[in-house]
Design a protein around this ligand. Sequence first.
Ligand SMILES: N[C@@H](CCC(=O)N[C@@H](CS)C(=O)NCC(=O)O)C(=O)O
Length: 219
Amino acid sequence: MLPILYSFRRCPYAIRARLALCQAGVSVELREVVLARKPADMLAISPAGTVPVLQLPSGEVIAQSLDVMRWALAQHDPDGWLARGNTAAQRALTDTCDRAFKHALDRYKYAERHPERSAHAWRDDAVACLIQPLEIQLTQAPHLGGEQPGLADAAIFPFVRQFAAVDAAWWAASPWVATRRWHDSWVASALMAACMHKLAPWQPGAPVTVFPPAAQAIP
Ligand SMILES: N[C@@H](CCC(=O)N[C@@H](CS)C(=O)NCC(=O)O)C(=O)O
């Protein structure tokens, strides 16, 4: 019996979990969720109802995306992501991504729901808290992990991807050259391609979808 991952294709938390599972080559049963119609099986194991949620064969439930990443890489970590992505500075940057940056990103993305400030004001907040610090780091080395990516790169990238997509023309002309290069290399990566397959929403009794696709699994 495989672990079961409830996931949503476009959710940045779920993308980071899938990136780590794919990097680790740890197979799970992937269940694509529609957030407006969460499956009862998922709510039964995780009443908070957020994705990703991983249910292990033992019954243990891992309901935080960073914990899913660490669990996967603890099984198999071929490129040393855990060691490369675990400095205090990287943890602080990941925390900023999940809190202040996500807060500003959601308001930049849906500015019409937050008329108290302009979209540009939210974007400025997002730049100040995460994009500028990222740019400083990524000017010194191509990845947060150094010459190679690590845990923090994979944890933060899906959120920057969302940020970049809000206004792609602005992003393409922005001064964040090193961060754009880093972002583009992740967008073009085989790992992302393997993580972004479109799936029909899961329903009870549906055939099992194994993730990652066979080529990425541990032989
Ligand atoms: N702290 C959680 C946050 C996960 C989260 O908030 N996921 C969003 C989707 S991107 C969600 O499931 N929201 C619940 C909903 O929209 O009903 C984690 O790291 O896994």
